[in-house]
Design a binder for this molecule. Structure first.
Ligand SMILES: CC(C)(COP(=O)(O)OP(=O)(O)OC[C@H]1O[C@@H](n2cnc3c(N)ncnc32)[C@H](O)[C@@H]1OP(=O)(O)O)[C@@H](O)C(=O)NCCC(=O)NCCS
Length: 161
């Protein structure tokens, strides 16, 4: 019992799979709860259906609790968004999600991956740094918050060998 419980807590039974059109509503809900400007169900449907976009869902115990989205072009990709349901954060699940997503990008011949992250977003920065991304640029006042606050963005890059 305790072994199962500790495995569950570490996220051992999490599964990362390609998203389907039926996931669009749930992914929009997760996105809206995680970011100031949420993406709608229709936006997710478009991205899931497009050939140049890669969308993965993170499932745990039969429930979709996260997603990762990248746009690909030639041998480069940009991670557009990644999120884990707030109730499931802090268990290392985003690492499982990101590493699987990167594996699929590598499988599509992607050699370089970029992303932007808000400078003060420590969980995201830690996630990306641990996954081998390095800071290659900084954009001042890049994110405009609903309250008028302007936050800096870091541009990160990882090369896949
Ligand atoms: C970013 C996000 C996906 C991370 O998901 P998660 O499953 O909670 O992440 P993990 O549990 O794998 O933790 C990631 C790292 O951040 C660290 N971390 C977690 N909370 C932290 C905090 N408040 N301050 C500093 N570091 C923190 C963890 O210790 C871990 O680092 P480690 O591997 O060295 O121990 C999640 O916080 C999220 O969905 N945030 C909202 C959306 C978002 O900001 N997405 C990123 C946009 S670029």
């Amino acid at each position: 019992m305790m072994g199962w419980l500790s495995e569950w807590w570490r996220g051992g039974s999490a599964v990362v799979e390609p998203a389907t059109l039926r996931d669009a509503a749930r992914l929009a809900q997760l996105h809206g709860a995680s970011f100031a400007r949420g993406w709608g169900e229709g936006e997710f449907e478009s991205m899931i259906g497009e050939r140049n976009t890669l969308v993965h869902r993170l499932r745990l115990g039969g429930k979709t609790i996260g997603f990762a989205v990248s746009r690909v072009g030639a041998d480069e990709a940009e991670i557009l968004s990644i999120a884990v349901d707030a109730a499931y954060r802090g268990r290392g699940l985003s690492r499982t999600l990101l590493m699987t997503h990167l594996g699929h990008l590598a499988g599509r011949g992607i050699r370089t991956i970029f992303l932007e992250v808000e400078e003060n977003n420590q969980p995201a920065r830690r996630l990306y740094e641990r996954a081998g991304f390095t800071v290659v640029g900084r954009r001042e006042r890049y994110y405009k918050q609903p309250n008028g606050e302007q936050l800096n963005a870091l541009l990160m890059r990882r090369d896949l060998s």
